[in-house]
Design a protein around this ligand. Sequence first.
Ligand SMILES: Cc1cc2nc3c(=O)[nH]c(=O)nc-3n(C[C@H](O)[C@H](O)[C@H](O)COP(=O)(O)O)c2cc1C
Length: 187
Amino acid sequence: MELMEAIRGRRSVRKFTDSPPSKETIDKILAVTDYSPNAGNRNSTKIVVITDRTIIDYIGKAHMRIIQNFNKGITALPSEEDIAASENAFHNAPVVAALFGPKNFYFSSPDAYILAQNMTLAAYEQNVSTCIVGEVLNCLATEKGKQYQDKMGIPEEFAPQVFVTMGYCDGEYPKHPKRHYADVIYI
Ligand SMILES: Cc1cc2nc3c(=O)[nH]c(=O)nc-3n(C[C@H](O)[C@H](O)[C@H](O)COP(=O)(O)O)c2cc1C
C-alpha cells in the first residue's frame, strides 16, 4: 500500500466486531516500533498489548472518568464506584495497545504518539481499524490501576502516554471528517 493511500484512508474507528486481530497481525503492526523516530534513539517506550476484557474495561472506564472530571476542573482520582459507572473510552475494542514512557523523560509523550501514529497506519494496511486515545493525567494512578500496571510488568517509574485501540470495524467505515486548519503561512 502506498503511504499516502494509508494517510488519506485511515480513520478513527469506535465500533468494532468481537473478533480480535490475530497475534501475527498485531506483530506485523508493531514492527513499526523498530523504524519510528524517537528522541535520542533511547527506545524508551514500552508497549503492552491488552486483550483481557476486564483490564481493557477498567482502564477504559478509568480513562473516561478521569478526563470527564478533568474537563470539570477535578483532578482528584475518582472512586472505584465512579469508575465502574463510567463509559469506556476504548468503546468495545477487543485489543488495546498501551504505550508507556518514563515519567522523568521530557520526550516520553511525543515518542509514544509518533509510535502510535505509525501503528495506526500500519494497522490500516493490515485492514485493522484503530483509534488513538490520548492520555491526560494517569488513568493507572488508582490503587487498582497500579496493580494492573504491576501485573503488566511495567515499573512504577513509567506512566501511560497514549493508547491505540485495535479491531475490525463494525458497520460502515467512517468518512473523512471536515478539516478546518488555518491556511499555511509562508514567509
Ligand atoms: C492526541 C490525540 C488524542 C485523541 N484522543 C482521543 C480520545 O480520547 N478518544 C477518541 O475517541 N479519539 C481520540 N482521538 C482521535 C481523534 O478524535 C481523531 O483523530 C479526530 O477526530 C480525526 O478523525 P480521524 O482520526 O478519523 O481522521 C485522539 C487523537 C489524537 C491525535
